[in-house]
Design a protein. Structure first.
Length: 137
C-alpha cells in the first residue's frame, strides 16, 4: 500500500513532467503577478493616452504626420490591451485565442470594407441631384 504523504510520485498540484495535463493548463500564479501585470498595463495605457492627447494639443509632430502618429499610438494601445488585459500571447496554449482574435478582425474588416463598397456603388448609381429635384416639381 502507498501512503500519500510518503509517496514520491504523489499529486503535487504543480505542472511538471510526472503529471498528465492538457494543453493550456498553466500552473497557478500568485495574485501579485496578476496585479503587477494589470498595473503595468494601466501604466502603459495611461502613457499612450497622454501621448495621443499631447500630439494633438502641442505641435510636437509635423502637422500632416499627426494622423499617422495617432494611428501608431492606437495600434500600440491595442497591443497593450491584448497582452496585459486579455492575456493573448504567442504561447502554444493561446492558439485558440489568437485564431479567434484573427477571425474577429477578419469579420470586422469584411463588414467595414463591404459597407464602404456598397455605399460607393449606391452613390455611383444614384440619379444626380438636379434631375431628382426636377422630377419632384
Amino acid at each position: 500500500m502507498s501512503n500519500l504523504e510518503s509517496d514520491p510520485a504523489r499529486f503535487t498540484a504543480t505542472l511538471d513532467d510526472r503529471e498528465d495535463h492538457a494543453p493550456g493548463d498553466e500552473p497557478q500564479e500568485a495574485a501579485g503577478h496578476w496585479v503587477l501585470n494589470a498595473n503595468i498595463g494601466l501604466g502603459f495605457s495611461v502613457v499612450l493616452t497622454v501621448a495621443a492627447f499631447a500630439l494633438v494639443i502641442w505641435p510636437i509632430v509635423y502637422g500632416p504626420a499627426v494622423a499617422v502618429a495617432l494611428v501608431v499610438l492606437a495600434i500600440a494601445q491595442m497591443g497593450v490591451h491584448l497582452v496585459f488585459f486579455l492575456h493573448i500571447t504567442t504561447g502554444p496554449d493561446n492558439t485558440n485565442n489568437v485564431l479567434a482574435l484573427a477571425f474577429g478582425i477578419l469579420v470586422v474588416f469584411l463588414m467595414v470594407v463591404g459597407s464602404i463598397w456598397i455605399m460607393d456603388h449606391l452613390s455611383h448609381n444614384m440619379m444626380p441631384m438636379d434631375q431628382t429635384m426636377q422630377m419632384q416639381r
